[in-house]
Design a protein around this ligand. Structure first.
Ligand SMILES: C[S@@+](CC[C@H](N)C(=O)[O-])C[C@H]1O[C@@H](n2cnc3c(N)ncnc32)[C@H](O)[C@@H]1O
Length: 285
């Protein structure tokens, strides 16, 4: 189809190119873009075209379909949605604190769609507030998007932009910038030493972890996946967790159809079933 309008000097995203972009991102990252997102996709990909000096969307799509294309990651980063905040869905954190207090020995937590880092830092703050600074808690924080991981690793945020942090937490867990860093705050080393960041695609990457996790936060990412992909990811999370481990989901994510893998324990909090329960339930269905 011929483009009829322009975005700056870039022609509009033709429906065929939009469908092709949707197919590629779904196949490779599980992200299911609805037809209503066409103008959003156009705006985001237009930035990629400008940054990489490409003449049109088709050139970008042709490039990313080649093996190991350097444009794949910018394309992917442009199409993820990274909204997050400190202590988002705050009701989860007292539940996490209660769970941590019942544990003996080291606790391993995976934050599986960590975005720009506010979520893993909130988990780390909760752990140290519940258990004290000697807490044996380690956190793996992963995301598919390398731009957000760079922000998360830098651990520097603008002050006052986030209402999820009260003054007491800002003072206790952040260093206040001055001079050229005025208006910024940096996460204190007590927290940064607890968190290891890595890029990981929840849908396709091999989950290579030394030990099973006691807690997984996988919040507000499953909403971008269709039902079969959600089931696939849930089975993968199940395989990376110990029996009795907790899975924290986003406010609009409901896994009650997967009771063979996870049973509901609280508001969008699930407990990982034992393998035996999973097998029995799958025979019954
Ligand atoms: C809306 S943010 C949620 C951030 C955080 N969990 C929260 O609830 O505030 C969704 C994140 O999921 C990531 N994501 C999307 N598809 C993914 C995939 N296949 N594997 C891993 N992360 C993915 C995106 O890059 C984005 O940072």
């Amino acid at each position: 189809m011929t483009a009829t309008s322009t975005v700056g000097h870039i022609a509009a995203l033709a429906p065929g190119d939009f469908e092709r972009a949707c197919r590629i991102i779904k196949e490779r990252a599980g992200i299911n873009l609805l037809p209503s997102k066409q103008s959003m996709v156009q705006g985001r990909l237009a930035r990629v075209l400008r940054e990489h000096g490409l003449p049109d969307y088709r050139s970008l799509l042709d490039a990313i379909e080649k093996v190991n294309s350097p444009l794949w990651q910018p394309f992917l980063n442009a199409l993820t949605t990274n909204l997050t905040s400190f202590f988002r869905e705050s009701y989860h954190f007292p539940l996490l604190a209660d769970f941590l207090r019942t544990q003996t020995g080291p606790v391993r937590i995976w934050c599986a769609a960590a975005s720009t880092g506010e979520e893993p830092w909130s988990i780390a703050m909760t752990a140290l507030e519940a258990l004290g600074t000697g807490a044996q808690v380690s956190i793996v924080a992963s995301d598919i998007d390398t731009d957000v991981l760079d922000t998360a690793r830098a651990a520097v945020y603008s002050m006052g932009a986030d209402k999820g942090l009260d003054q007491e937490r800002m003072r206790r867990w952040f260093l206040k910038g001055s001079g050229a860093n005025a208006g910024l705050m940096r996460v204190r080393p007590e927290l940064t030493r607890m968190v290891e960041f890595r890029q990981l695609n929840l849908v396709h990457d091999e989950l290579r972890f030394a030990q099973p996790f006691d807690v997984v936060f996988c919040r507000n990412v499953m909403i971008y996946f269709d039902a079969p992909t959600q089931r696939n990811v849930l089975a993968r999370l199940h395989g990376a967790m110990r029996p009795g481990a907790l899975l924290f989901a986003g406010h609009s994510e409901n896994f009650s159809a997967h009771a063979d893998l996870f049973s509901l324990r609280g508001k969008t909090v699930y407990e990982r079933c034992s393998v035996q329960t999973a097998r029995v339930a799958s025979w019954a269905s």
